[in-house]
Design a protein around this ligand. Structure first.
Ligand SMILES: C[S@@+](CC[C@H](N)C(=O)[O-])C[C@H]1O[C@@H](n2cnc3c(N)ncnc32)[C@H](O)[C@@H]1O
Length: 260
């Protein structure tokens, strides 16, 4: 079992439980992964046909399916066994590996590309980047998308209106992300803001766990136990409701292309 730390076991359990319903809830993931896949495809003049691609943090295998449809051989890798079972059952990869992105069970220079969409925000990014470099053959490409500091700023603002606790941001800054991929000879990063919208706060907070940000959303379970503070949080967030009646939540996503 690769997920030996309690934190990683928790991630693996949470995603395994979500496997059956993941595809219908993964709106942001679909948007980000599609963009990342287009970027990866553009890197190969002859397309993905015949390429061996490692999908790191493959989840339900949605993008494995897309890459297979383009003629690639896909290896799906994830910490969550439930996700891999779903991928295997729907034949969304040629091989499934239960493993940690920080320790890839693959030989050096064994794949043409690594693809990783919205998974490495849970990892030691430098360790994951070094592993992607090790397994990718020279001339190959690594395409990764991850969540950047400054994401969920509406949540941070609403919590600040509710209490005076320090509100830490769990995500790395752009400079740290670039540094982590500094092991590659060439790196190109681009950060874009994606705005998700929700009918109510319950849906909004519920969506956070799919992206690894639920400890921000669940603050009411820790410091924010008081009803009044919760009400202040809700009122502050409700003040952000847009003219179309929806509540916004911004994610800043870094798209990284790297290679040697
Ligand atoms: C938000 S989902 C994204 C899934 C897929 N890439 C997509 O875009 O639909 C994140 C996935 O990363 C996996 N994950 C998290 N930490 C990981 C790690 N250290 N190694 C491998 N997979 C990990 C989770 O189990 C989960 O399936």
């Amino acid at each position: 079992m690769p997920s030996e730390t309690p934190h990683k076991q928790q991630i693996a359990r949470a995603f395994s439980q979500a496997a059956a319903t993941y595809d219908t809830a993964a709106v942001l993931q679909r948007e980000v992964g599609s963009r990342l896949l287009a970027m990866l495809e553009a890197r190969f003049s002859d397309g993905l046909r015949g390429k061996t691609i490692l999908d790191i943090g493959a989840g339900s295998g949605w993008f494995g399916k897309e890459m297979q449809a383009r003629g690639a051989t896909v290896i799906a890798l994830d910490l969550a066994e439930g996700m891999l079972r779903h991928t295997a059952r729907h034949r969304r990869a040629a091989f499934c590996l239960l493993a940690d992105a920080e320790r890839l069970p693959l030989a050096d220079n064994s794949v043409d590309a690594c693809f990783s969409s919205l998974a490495v925000q849970w990892c030691d990014l430098s360790a994951a980047a070094a592993e992607m470099r090790r397994v990718t053959r020279n001339g190959g490409t690594v395409a990764a998308a991850t969540v950047v500091e400054g994401s969920l700023h509406q949540l941070g603002g609403a919590w600040r209106a509710a209490d005076s606790d320090a509100h830490t941001n769990p995500f790395l800054g752009e400079a740290e992300i670039r540094r982590a991929f500094g092991c590659f000879a060439h790196t190109q990063t681009e950060t874009r803001t994606h705005t998700q919208t929700f009918a109510d706060l319950q849906d909004l907070l519920g969506s956070l766990k799919n992206i690894g940000a639920n400890h921000v959303g669940n603050r009411e379970n820790k410091g924010l136990t008081g009803k009044r503070r919760w009400q202040r949080f809700c009122a502050a967030y409700e003040a952000l409701r847009r003219p179309d009646g929806l509540l916004p939540l911004d994610y800043r996503i870094a798209y990284i292309l790297a290679g040697d």
